[in-house]
Design a protein around this ligand. Structure first.
Ligand SMILES: NC(=O)c1ccc[n+]([C@@H]2O[C@H](COP(=O)([O-])OP(=O)(O)OC[C@H]3O[C@@H](n4cnc5c(N)ncnc54)[C@H](O)[C@@H]3O)[C@@H](O)[C@H]2O)c1
Length: 465
């Protein structure tokens, strides 16, 4: 098939590369000329390591090319996939202007493609609004809403091996073309109406967000009882009815999708007067979870010292996951301004950003070139990213550079807790982490599992779609 993919961000570029791998001839369209210029040379415009080699292979094989304007797309094409952004507005309502503009461009193609697939996340009812609107039957005859569930950091693997494909359509005659588009992907295809497909996407992300917020409650429960949060989560998640994915003690959910999609559901609930109490609670719990770190710093350093303005707090990492440079709704965006309001003097170490880039996000902030510089004279440190250099650092030596109380807040539960406990540091994880080594007395079946995921190496965290 000849396919156009509108929008070359995380989702659109993955779709373009994946479709080219499946044997289609693909043109990626993005209105950002700088992005298109890089892509045309086979270079990634953002960090998504999983795409680097497949992108270069597809451009070399000339099965993937790029243009900046839909009007430059060589027609006819069999299908167009729309994967532009749907960013949140302050009310939580997704901004649908990118999607509306992209769809208008597609509907201006002559001849029209046989299949128009929307992948952008859009609120329930958006597709039916479009189908009932000015494009009417001309769109309905070719329209499929097919949400995307990929995780940043593993985008192309998720495209190749999705848990399921979803096709929301009103014309069942489109199914053979949908199957042809997704040929080579071995996954169940759920065929439904467009509104149900829209709800599937929100349901999936809302459930993942709920899991993360529920872990926030477990952290509180473990803090109150002294239970080991790591052991509780591992053992609970091993129940296949529950699953280990997204069951990890962290400073709340973050990233470009879960916060945006839960806020969109809350907006829908308030707009329609149909309460979604679980979603409301999940959002509130996440905010509390993100601010837990501020409370720990405030209690640990004391308001007087903070207000005097001489308490340096080192922030180790700005990314919410090491494998993505996407800072949309990363915890640092909420946390750093909050810490500044309580008087913390922040000093940031983020190995992948230049001082100029860091101060663009956080004007006037102090930037350190390395861990030692960040921690020298700091009264507290907050681990926001599980960078290997932070996880594997010689913490007992680094502790000597810090000032009392030498508080370390580990929002990723990634540091070797036993090593920190033996140092002069005051280690604060997300819930107690009592046992970080194998007990020799452990029965063999327990030891086997612990060996399979040793606690002292950073485990891949939940990747936020
Ligand atoms: N990022 C994820 O992990 C993820 C996962 C699943 C679903 N989604 C959803 O997929 C959609 C895309 O997400 P993303 O993260 O790839 O977005 P993004 O912001 O990274 O990329 C969007 C791209 O579309 C381009 N664009 C905007 N309007 C255009 C137009 N009219 N014509 C051509 N190009 C245009 C922008 O220049 C940008 O490069 C969103 O609705 C998002 O919610 C994202």
């Amino acid at each position: 098939m000849r396919v156009g993919v509108v929008g070359q961000g995380y989702v659109g570029l993955t779709a373009a590369v994946g479709l080219a791998e499946q044997g289609h001839v693909v043109t990626g369209i993005d209105c950002d000329p700088a992005r298109v210029a890089m892509l045309a040379k086979g270079r990634m415009p953002f960090e998504e390591p999983s795409l680097e080699l497949p992108l270069a292979a597809a451009t070399d094989a000339q099965s993937l090319s790029f243009v900046t304007d839909l009007a430059d797309l060589e027609v006819p094409v069999d299908a167009v996939v729309v994967a532009v952004g749907s960013p949140p507005t302050p009310s939580g309502r997704p901004d649908l202007r990118q999607a509306g503009a992209a769809l208008a461009g597609v509907m201006a193609l002559d001849p029209l493609p046989g299949l128009v697939v929307v992948k952008s996340t859009i609120p329930p009812g958006t597709s039916s609004g479009w189908l009932a609107g000015r494009w009417g039957e001309r769109l309905a005859d070719r329209y499929v809403y097919s949400p995307e569930f990929l995780n940043q950091g593993a985008a192309i693997e998720d495209w190749r091996h999705p848990a399921r494909l979803v096709a929301g359509l009103t014309d069942a005659g489109l199914l053979p073309v949908v199957r042809e588009l997704y040929r080579g992907i071995d996954a169940p295809l759920v065929v439904t109406d467009p509104t149900s497909a829209e709800v599937v996407k929100y349901a999936s992300n809302a459930f993942l967000a709920t899991k993360v917020s529920f872990v926030g409650d477990l952290i509180t429960l473990c803090e109150g009882t002294g239970a080991d949060i790591d052991d509780v989560l591992t053992a609970t998640g091993l129940d296949p009815r529950i699953g280990t994915a997204f069951l990890r003690a962290e400073g709340g959910y973050a990233g470009s999708c879960l916060p945006k999609d839960t806020l969109a559901l809350r907006h829908w609930a308030r707009l329609t007067g149909r309460p979604l109490p679980v979603i409301e609670a999940v959002i509130a719990a996440n905010q509390a979870q993100q601010l837990r770190t501020v409370r720990i710093i405030e209690e640990g350093l004391g308001p007087a010292r903070l207000l005097a303005g001489d308490a340096i707090v080192a922030v180790l990492g700005l990314r919410y996951q090491p494998w993505t440079d996407d800072l949309r709704d990363a915890p640092c965006m909420t946390l750093l301004p909050e810490l500044q309001t309580i008087g913390a003097r922040l000093r940031v170490f983020e190995p992948t950003l230049t001082p100029g880039q860091i101060t663009t996000f956080f004007p006037g902030i102090e930037v350190a070139a390395g861990l030692e510089e960040a921690l020298t004279g700091a009264a507290a440190a907050i681990v926001l990213t599980d960078w290997p250099q932070t996880v594997n650092a010689p913490w007992p030596q680094l502790a000597t550079l810090m000032e009392t109380p030498r508080l370390v807040v580990d929002t990723k539960n990634c540091l070797p807790a036993d090593m920190l406990a033996a140092s002069p540091l005051r280690y604060h994880s997300m819930g107690p982490r009592a046992h970080t080594t194998l007990s020799p007395a452990s029965p063999p079946h327990i030891a086997e599992h612990e060996n399979a995921s040793p606690k002292q190496t950073p485990r891949p965290g939940p990747r936020i779609p």
